[in-house]
Design a binder for this molecule. Structure first.
Ligand code: GLP
Length: 242
């Protein structure tokens, strides 16, 4: 496991974007697993800057996002499809056909999970790199604390703590969807590299538990202890309890 401790969010974003850009430059048709949330915002901003400067191209890049809220369509401002469009996709030269995000308004959410699982299974050799944030409760994607790890894409009931944490993006906690579709842990663990971003003092306890505690589905991010190639990019506050 590689650990980079950064001074601030900007440096964190630059470091993470540098890792992703190197991957894309080395293999222009890289398959990336992408994340939402506040952690990767600066990373995406840096990648957009590189594309605008002409030093990076997404022309042949393929992406798979981790998760999506059930019930929010791609036009909803809090959907992850909207987040990805506005933070990254509409600013880079990616082929829209290469973008994959679970459809939160599919008429049959379970069939949508099967479709997404099969699409991921078709990625030969696994994702080249999986970008991850970690929730305050240790969730990765929307794999919430549970008794078991779920390997494939599934519908998850969001934890009360997740609803509370994400309520800041909605008018009220009642507006936060109760369900989401999330990639399971298999494609994450089969990814050739996992790039994990955490910032802020609030994430310090969960980072400590995930790295130093037992591997348990009660702390989904602890599973990353078993991944052979994890790169952690964190700020000093998040690293303060390590
Ligand atoms: C969200 C997302 C995750 C994200 C995590 C952390 O609920 N489903 O994919 O990584 O929580 O979010 P943040 O980066 O805003 O702390």
């Amino acid at each position: 496991m590689q650990l980079f401790i950064c001074e601030n969010k900007q440096q964190l974003g630059e470091r993470a974007a540098g890792i992703l850009a190197t991957q894309i430059q080395k293999k222009p048709d890289s398959v990336l697993g992408l994340a939402t949330g506040s952690s990767p915002v600066e990373t995406y901003r840096c990648l957009v800057g590189m594309c605008r400067a002409g030093t990076l191209s997404f022309r042949d890049v393929v992406t798979y996002n981790l998760d999506e809220y059930v019930g929010l369509d791609a036009a909803h401002e809090q959907s992850y499809a909207y987040f990805m469009r506005t933070h990254l996709f509409e600013h880079v030269d990616i082929d829209p056909a290469n973008i994959h995000i679970p459809n939160g308004t599919a008429p049959d959410a379970h069939a949508e999970c099967t479709r997404y699982t099969e699409a991921l299974a078709g990625v030969e050799g696994g994702l080249d790199i999986q970008l991850l944030g970690v929730g305050l409760n240790g969730h990765i994607g929307f794999n919430e604390p549970d008794d078991v790890f779920t390997p494939d894409t599934h519908v998850v009931t969001l934890d009360d703590s997740t609803i509370e944490a994400n309520a800041r993006f909605f008018a009220s906690p009642d507006d936060v969807p109760r369900y989401a579709i999330t990639m399971g842990v298999r494609p994450i663990m089969y990814a050739k590299q996992v790039l994990v971003l955490l910032s802020g003092a609030a994430k310090a306890p969960i980072l400590r538990d995930a790295l130093r505690g037992p591997v348990t589905p009660e702390v989904p991010a602890s599973l990353l202890q078993l991944h052979p190639r994890v790169t952690l990019v964190v700020d000093r506050e998040a690293a303060s309890l390590l």
